[in-house]
Ligand binder design. Structure first.
Ligand code: AMP
Length: 419
């Protein structure tokens, strides 16, 4: 697999899968162009080398139907402005128009294809009546699989080289993110800059971490993070648990948690995790004290309490000062840090201290040479809110794909290229 930095696109047509699934307002104007900006380095590299770029993406969920609401035409001019170059458009991503426009592309030119998801074949989910029998479902799936291959081949036929730069959809085995790669030989398919940096940052953490390696897992519920926590037990030295999920652990130890968030169905699993951690020599850090409130509100009365002796009618909404001091110490002495999920209800000022101060400790550790990776919607929001974004090594905005990578799953979009 070539590295995009080393590849020369001169005279080549590259089909690039990007993630232009951006929010639009009711006038169909782009309201957040972060994802478009993120794809620019790859597209610019192709055209600067003297190649031409065929850019493809999905937008929204048109579910296999042509729907002007989800047309990438809405994005074309914004994209051209950011790119600083003219952008041509094909009103269908496959077929005669796309073929002719792709064939006529000159070095340095860019062609944007219409929404991939106007074709059911992109996602490969067949449409079935609700009362379909298992037999019918099986047959429809097999038929769709064949159609998907034809669709992926048609996209591939537009170009000489395939570049995947859409990490956000790398966990999906879609035509444009995975199947298409089968129609290019190993030296004609590669990751774009975005996926490349995402994968190498994640591998730095998960495959080759400098020790001590500390993971901070926060957020509301343990149920949504359980697979990640289990996978991390094989990798980390320290596991810091924060947010609402700690109360399931504390209750499972026999602690009193008042009316804090708890998932009673997970008490047994919490015990199993603690046991596994002990067996593997992973140190788990659970809050010693919490900032408790008498209501889930910014105006609530608050009190610091031991995390396992929360009074009735009170709920823990942030980690307390003793815990913060202990966590800062662990974090500042770590060489690799992974952070997913806030340590408290950081959206409310009164319960933001833990997330903010431990976030600052991550920045301090990074200044001292640690590698820090922050990922998952809410921790990214927290890092941005507290102005810490420039102080961490890498921020992943990939959502589902990141979570699956952290769970230890092989992502189809990565495998299709890397093998
Ligand atoms: P998640 O999407 O699972 O990462 O959860 C993030 C959300 O968890 C944020 O909106 C936080 O406000 C919330 N959260 C963090 N700590 C607590 C807590 N102690 N009790 C209730 N919710 C919390």
């Amino acid at each position: 697999m070539p590295k995009i930095d080393d590849f020369n696109f001169k005279g080549k047509k590259a089909i690039i899968r990007v993630d232009f699934n951006v929010p639009l307002n009711d006038k169909f104007e782009v309201t957040d162009d972060t994802r478009i900006k993120a794809a620019l380095p790859t597209i610019k590299k192709v055209i600067a080398d003297g190649g031409s770029a065929i850019v493809m993406s999905h937008l929204g969920r048109p579910k296999g139907k042509v729907n002007p609401e989800f047309s990438l035409m809405h994005i074309k001019d914004h994209f051209a402005k950011l790119l600083g170059a003219n952008v041509l458009f094909a009103s269908d991503c496959v077929g005669k128009e796309a073929e002719e426009k792709a064939a006529a592309l000159k070095p340095g030119e860019v062609l944007l294809l219409e929404n991939l998801r106007f074709h059911l074949e992109e996602e490969g989910k067949p449409k079935l009546p609700e009362d379909a029998t298992d037999e019918e479902k099986k047959a429809a799936k097999a038929e769709m699989k064949e159609k998907q291959k034809v669709f992926a081949k048609a996209l591939a036929s537009l170009a000489d080289v395939y570049v995947n730069d859409a990490f956000g959809t790398a966990h999906r085995a879609h035509a444009s993110t995975a199947l298409i790669a089968d129609y290019f030989d190993a030296d004609s398919k590669m990751f774009g800059f975005l996926i490349d940096s995402e994968v190498s940052s994640l591998d730095k953490v998960l495959k080759d971490p400098q020790r001590p390696f500390t993971a901070l897992m926060g957020g509301a519920k343990v149920s949504t993070k359980i697979t990640i926590i289990e996978n991390l037990l094989d990798q980390v030295d320290n596991l810091i648990l924060g947010g609402g999920m700690i109360f399931t652990f504390i209750k499972s130890r026999g602690g009193k948690i008042g009316s804090s968030l708890v998932e009673d169905d997970y008490l047994e699993l919490a015990r199993t995790i603690e046991k596994k951690a002990e067996e593997k020599g992973v140190k788990i850090f659970l809050a010693e004290d919490v900032v408790a409130a008498d209501a889930f509100s910014e105006d609530a009365n608050t009190k610091v309490m031991p995390a396992d002796e929360i009074e009735d009618g009170w709920m823990g909404l942030d980690v307390g000062p003793k815990t913060i001091a202990a966590l800062k110490d662990v974090v500042e002495n770590s060489s690799t840090i992974l952070w997913n999920g806030p340590l408290g209800v950081f959206e409310m000022e009164k319960f933001a201290t833990g997330t903010k101060e431990v976030g600052q400790a991550i920045v301090k550790a990074t200044e001292k040479g640690a590698f820090s990776l922050v990922g998952g919607g809410d921790s990214v929001a927290a890092v941005n809110k507290f102005g810490l974004a420039d102080g961490v090594s890498y921020i992943s905005t990939a959502g589902g794909a990141l979570l699956e990578y952290l769970e230890g799953k092989e992502l189809p979009g990565i495998k299709a290229i890397r093998g």
